[in-house]
Design a protein around this ligand. Structure first.
Ligand code: SF4
Length: 418
């Protein structure tokens, strides 16, 4: 499926042997998002036994159609180390925006095709739920040709779940945009989810272009009160069946996960999803263990993401402080990325000696107050440097926190470390 030179390059980058990568790719436990039509400078592999990867969502909205800021976000996200980008645009000329994002992205690019399908239906027929199977396949094919590396496909929400939604009266309802669009389409048309019914057709496009299918969790809980509920579990069962179909057809697949989840249920959620979905990569949207930290959801999601990673999640989606409040700014994107990176790295140091060494080195420099090396090894050099420089001290071997009571300096004057 992939050239030997690419596997060699990735095994070096991922710090794992080549044959490990090949074996896990074959088993479906690792995926490489790389459209056959695209050259990606920073390729990445996602899955079992690899460092945890992060994805950054960018894109326009109907309220914010200009895409220049989105290109700026893309560049910043890449410079801060995002492993992939998802273009979630829903406002403006979606094809042009996608092409621009793909042009500037040195990392794999993912999309949620149902957004463009719905927008086209609204533009052409005056309502976003007036789309047909031909519209679906046209958009998916066009996106594949444009070079999209992975697709979120919400094929797990079925018509019978609408009855359960009515009966269960979920607190958060459906918070997935794709899920809500499809639920409405099924309700209005009284038909089964077209992405589920025509999954074979979608797979054949994905196979032709070597696109990873990311099975979307349309019914992820959007409130911790809905954590691990009937609807979420119902969809997970469908997703596990679709994973089996993808693997049988030789299409790379990963599964998207929750959502708003109680802290003590995150581990179980990951273990269950991994087990039911045959160990394919698991991509979490959070999880968020509390609903009330509005304006701080990057922190909430980093807490959930670290626990998810510890229990086997392979891929974290960046959540910004603007989550649930507004379209994120460039600064929001930066904060979100750093929070996800911290979550991922906190798990990675437990598994990779090379990652552990980074922390060890920084700690040793910190003990010596060797600021230039501290900056060099910091996750965000610029931020560390600007903090240090913003408050000057009378001598360089302390900081303004403790001044002459610098514990490290006090101990330097003793023989304890010699
Ligand atoms: S002054 Fe305090 S915070 Fe600053 S380096 Fe010394 S011990 Fe650390």
């Amino acid at each position: 499926m992939f050239k030997a030179s690419l596997i060699k390059k990735l095994s070096k980058k991922e710090l794992v042997p080549k044959n490990y990568l090949e074996k896990k790719l074959k088993e479906g436990k690792i995926v490489i998002p790389l459209n056959r039509k695209r050259e990606v400078e920073n390729i990445t592999a996602i899955g079992e036994g690899l460092r945890i990867k992060i994805n950054t969502n960018i894109g326009t909205s109907p309220e914010k159609k200009g895409y220049k800021d989105e290109i700026e976000k893309l560049k910043i996200a890449i410079s801060l180390g995002t492993d992939t980008i998802m273009d979630l645009s829903t406002g403006g000329n979606l094809r042009n925006i996608r092409k621009e994002i793909i042009k500037y992205s040195s990392v794999p690019v993912g999309t949620v095709p149902i957004y463009e399908i719905a927008k086209n239906a609204e533009d052409k027929r005056g309502s976003f739920d007036k789309f047909t199977l031909d519209d679906i396949l046209e958009v998916i094919t066009e996106q594949a040709k444009d070079g999209v590396d992975f697709f979120t496909i919400h094929a797990g929400i079925l018509k019978n779940t609408l009855d359960i939604i009515k009966e269960n009266k979920r607190v958060g309802g459906i918070v997935s945009r794709g899920g809500a669009i499809l639920a409405r389409w099924m309700y209005i048309n009284n038909k089964e989810n077209p992405l589920y019914e025509n999954f074979d057709k979608i797979l054949s496009i994905a196979k032709e272009y070597n696109i990873v299918i990311s099975l979307g969790d349309a019914l992820r809980p959007g409130a911790v009160a809905d954590s691990t509920d009937n609807l979420q579990m119902q969809e997970l069962k469908v997703l596990s069946e679709l994973v089996r179909v993808c693997l049988k057809e030789g299409v790379q697949v990963m599964v998207e996960g929750p959502g708003h989840i109680k802290l003590d249920e995150i581990g179980t959620n990951i273990l269950l999803a991994k087990k039911l979905c045959r160990g394919v990569p698991f991509y979490v949207l959070g999880p968020l263990p509390t609903d009330i930290a509005c304006g701080y959801d990057h922190i909430t999601s980093a807490i959930g993401g670290a626990i998810a990673g510890l229990n086997g999640a392979d891929f974290l989606c960046v959540v910004t402080p603007a989550e649930h409040l507004r379209h994120p700014s460039i600064e929001d994107i930066k904060d979100g990325i750093m929070a996800s990176k911290i979550a991922a790295h906190s798990v990675d140091i437990l598994r990779f000696p090379e990652e552990w060494q980074k922390d060890l080195n920084l700690s040793l420099y910190r003990r010596k107050r060797d600021w230039s090396n501290i900056f060099k090894l910091s996750m965000n050099k610029n931020k560390a440097e600007s903090y240090r420089k913003s408050l000057k001290t009378h001598t360089t071997d302390i900081c303004t926190m403790c001044g002459k009571f610098c514990s490290l300096k006090i101990l330097d004057s003793c023989d304890l470390y010699k």
